[in-house]
Design a protein around this ligand. Structure first.
Ligand SMILES: Cc1ncc(C[n+]2csc(CCOP(=O)(O)OP(=O)(O)O)c2C)c(N)n1
Ligand SMILES: [Mg+2]
Length: 599
């Protein structure tokens, strides 16, 4: 049996489990890992500028390609604590990432050693497993178990904490004798699926709510096949957005309090049965549970047993991986179709499509300063169906969710539950590493952008080109809007007179200068007619220089974006679209002139 340092065995296992990239920041306690990485030579490393960003890069990397597991690496003490937000975000959205931390030597763990902190205890609630490996010969088993856990059941992150001496100790290890552990995913039975099909058949106005579990299971094609076989409209959740293309005739919009369309909520409220697959009835999707559930029955399919009944008691709960359930649902649907037993859904599908054509918000404003709605209209014009969007939180992300279009799974990459400011930029870099061929467009408000702004230098250093649309209202816009309920506008202003850049006119930070200082390209736009040319120019600059390109769009300072606390009571702040030209890039809006308004 070959003998090697435990950390060398760990690096060989990473390779065997499919890891080709790592994101991190070295430090004394994790240097043995870096030495092993260098010696092994097949895993590329992206040096982050902040350790939190390394965790978000890993998450963007995982989300971009089925089967990917992003790895983030840091030293002991503050590096681990910096990555906690990334672990929380990954845990919340069921995204597997592997976080590796160095640790003080085992003999000194209780001596308040320099940068010794009990990171496994701190990370416990935000990981599927967080462990400090104390026996060198247990290192291979810890990694084997980590990959098994990250891939099994509801996916999620794992942290492995490696004391310095544990990394350095020689153990017997032969990679040829290593096998990844089998992955466990519960699967629906045919009896369960038949019950679901009976309930669907008995409904008059059924809908499918398609969650991120379908993306994780790489089962979007099956979802679309099922919807088409049954002729049932689909409401994707924010995490599932893209599993059915926005322009598919059965795509019925998103429902929810913020990232939703008017027609998505109206369609959900008109339904009498909802089949939820790989979703978790998130509160910004459901709003008040009474409003959401009243008058309709529910089937809930999820891979995680404790998710069934967590939010409300469904009429039928099935614990299953989304792909396994969808395979059987498609099989059962085909049989019923061939036997002529599928109900005709034409009228219901037509009603949903009509709402999608008519219940639109206005995007076409010519105002200067620019209204945010216009930005998304121009983005729809500039960016094709294969664009991969990355965003996190804020009015920018909410309006993006309302107005942008997504056509493919993994093309809307969003930290849905945790919403940690700063996530967008590093997650976009991780997406670029995972798939350099696809155009990545990040969307941030000014505050989100400033949170981890230093990561622009990583994009410049490692030639990770992408376009960052930065909508600048010089405000913590979402929080300013929320403070209306308190009748305050307090601690949410970002404006100041920049003594170096009077041309930014009181908007404070000169993002163009900062971006250029980081080695990136940047453009600033203040008029609606300039947006599209700037986005086109950004594409050219990105191709030419192979660095991130920031397009800063100066917005009006105060715009309230549609939202509410119940899905039947969303507050609209702008006038709605009345003619096709009010919302020229909405799906189906060209037909708007001939629309018959629904009451
Ligand atoms: C770490 C963290 N702190 C605070 C918040 C709360 N928060 C959500 S959005 C927001 C303001 C975002 O401002 P900006 O990025 O400029 O977007 P805008 O709403 O103005 O479009 C804040 C402070 C958060 N999500 N994450
Ligand atoms: Mg802002």
């Amino acid at each position: 049996m070959p003998r090697m340092k435990a950390i060398a065995a760990a690096v060989q296992i990473l390779q065997r489990e499919g890891v080709r990239h790592a994101f991190g920041v070295p430090g004394a306690a994790i240097n043995p890992f870096y030495a092993a990485l260098r010696e092994h030579g097949t895993i590329d490393h992206v040096l982050a500028r902040h350790v939190e960003a390394a965790a978000h890069m890993a998450e963007g990397y995982t989300r971009t390609r089925a089967g990917n597991i992003g790895v983030c690496v840091g030293t002991s003490g503050p590096a681990g604590t910096d990555m906690i937000t990334g672990l929380y975000s990954a845990m919340a959205d069921s995204i597997p990432i592997l976080c590796l931390t160095g640790q003080a030597p085992t003999a000194r763990l209780h001596k308040e050693d320099f940068q010794a902190v009990d990171i496994a205890a701190i990370a416990g609630p935000v990981t599927k497993l967080a462990t400090t490996v104390l026996e060198p010969a247990q290192v291979p088993g810890a990694f084997q178990q980590a990959f098994h856990l990250m891939r099994s059941g509801r996916p999620g992150p794992v942290l492995i904490d490696l004391p310095f001496d544990v990394q350095m100790t020689e153990i017997a290890f032969d990679i040829d004798a290593y096998e990844p552990l089998p992955v466990h995913k519960p699967a629906a039975s045919r009896a369960q699926i038949d019950k679901a099909m009976d309930m669907l058949a008995a409904a008059e106005r059924p809908l499918i709510v398609a969650g991120g579990g379908i993306v994780n299971a790489d089962a979007a094609d099956l979802l679309v096949e099922l919807a088409e076989l049954l002729d049932v409209p689909v409401i994707p959740t924010l995490m599932g957005w893209g599993v059915i293309p926005d322009d598919h005739r059965l795509m019925a919009g998103m429902a929810g309090l913020q990232t939703a369309q008017r027609y998505g909520n109206a369609n959900l409220l008109a339904s009498d049965l909802v089949l939820g697959i790989g979703n978790r009835w998130a509160n910004r999707h459901t709003g008040g549970v009474d409003t959401y559930t009243r008058g309709r029955r529910f089937i809930h399919v999820d891979i995680e047993p404790t998710q069934i009944g967590r939010i409300f008691d469904p009429d039928l709960g099935i614990v299953s991986d989304a792909k396994a359930a969808l395979r059987l649902l498609v099989e059962a649907a085909r049989e019923r179709r061939d036997a002529g037993r599928l109900p005709d859904r034409g009228a219901w599908v037509g009603q949903c499509a009509e709402r999608k054509r008519t219940m639109l918000r206005r995007t076409h404003f010519d105002d200067i300063p620019i209204k945010p709605q216009r930005v998304y209209e121009e983005m729809n014009r500039a960016f094709g169906k294969d664009t991969r969007y990355v965003s996190t939180i804020g009015l920018s992300q909410i309006a993006g969710g309302q107005f942008l279009h997504v056509y493919r799974p993994r093309h809307w990459i969003n930290a849905g539950q945790a919403g940690p400011l700063g996530w967008t930029l590093p997650a976009a870099l991780g997406a670029c590493v995972a798939d350099p061929e696809t155009t990545v467009v990040a969307l941030s408000g000014d505050y989100d952008f400033q949170f981890l702004i230093e990561e622009l230098a990583v994009g410049a250093q490692f030639n990770l080109p992408y376009i960052h649309v930065l909508v600048n209202n010089s405000y913590l816009g979402l929080i300013r809007q929320a403070q209306r309920a308190f009748d305050i506008d307090y601690c949410v202003q970002l404006s100041f007179d920049n003594v170096n850049s009077p041309e930014v006119g009181g908007y404070g930070v000169d993002h163009v200068k900062v971006a250029e200082g980081m080695g990136c390209k940047a453009l600033r736009v203040s008029e609606p007619a300039e947006i599209l040319p700037a986005l086109e120019e950004a594409k050219k600059l990105m191709a030419q220089h192979r660095v991130p390109v920031v397009v800063e769009i100066i917005l009006e300072r105060v715009t309230n974006i549609s939202m509410g606390t119940e899905i039947d009571n969303i507050v609209e702040f702008e006038e709605l679209a009345a003619r096709g030209e009010d919302a020229p890039t909405a799906i189906g809006a060209l037909d708007l002139e001939q629309m018959q308004f629904l009451d």
